[in-house]
Design a protein around this ligand. Sequence first.
Ligand code: AHR
Length: 334
Amino acid sequence: MLRKLSSLILVGVAGLAMSGCSGGGGTDGAATGSSAGAGGGNDKIVMGFAQVGAESGWRTANTKSIQESAAQAGIELKFSDAQQKQENQIKAIRSYIQQKVDIIAFSPVVESGWDTVLKEAQRAKIPVILTDRAVDSPDKSLYKTFLGSDFVEEGRKAGQWLVDEYKDSKDPVNIVELQGTTGSAPANDRKAGFQEVIGADPKFKIAASQTGDFTRAKGKEVMEAFLKSTPKIDVLFAHNDDMGLGAIEAIEGAGKVPGKDIKIVTIDAVKDGMQALADGKINYIVECSPLLGPQLMDLSKKVLAGEQVEPRVVTEETTFTQEQAKQALPERKY
Ligand code: AHR
């Protein structure tokens, strides 16, 4: 109770701190937090969630899942959108520490550079849960658990599709790669997993590889450049659906047929990606589930109740062919 009362005073100060961190576009924790929990003097669990941004269909679905699950679980959510900037996420986390929330969860935009702020949370005795993306800190005591996909495995699955698709061909296969945000766990891990599988056969060559920052606009822009600089492109590997969808626009703009002239494999399986797969414009999608909200709320309650939780909780995921996408689309939730 004392902790909740003192937070009544601090929340005003924290509100000022937060107003500098959301950059105007997204929601932020101090602005969207309701009157309960840390600021309202009741016993509701208060969670501060520092989101990466709104860069993709996946991220929008992830935010919705977290907001809806918090409401269903009776957890008060203070939510901030970092607009893909690490400094904004750090400011948001510091604000949650000042507000003395009960628990902090966040999806780190990049892997490095978190130790200082995580130590601040630890000193304030506020447990932290990583969702979706990992940090590279060797000190695992800085967070209670990491909930999310196995991105290396996703990259391997994309590579395996390619190996199977070209198993009867001896000709060189020229690949262009649209990487996710530089320094992020999904970009690093998907690249590594993909390379591990295709690297076993020298006919697979990555002719060009560049970041498209997980956005549709950048995916289009970089693919346009690839089409100009790389004379023969057989395959596009895009680290997410949105960049793949942007690239499809670039490929069509160049008078080529996506899915035929250039085969495309992506990761996520959001509705727009699944529609393009069903329409034959994408050839294969490796699923990455954004529906992390229910597990996150469950883990948070356990952590705050002092129960032991697994240090790593891996999301269950599948893959989709064009036929499977047609079947799955009517029921697809995001
Ligand atoms: O961290 C998950 C990745 O982030 C998703 O694959 C991508 O779409 C998002 O922006």
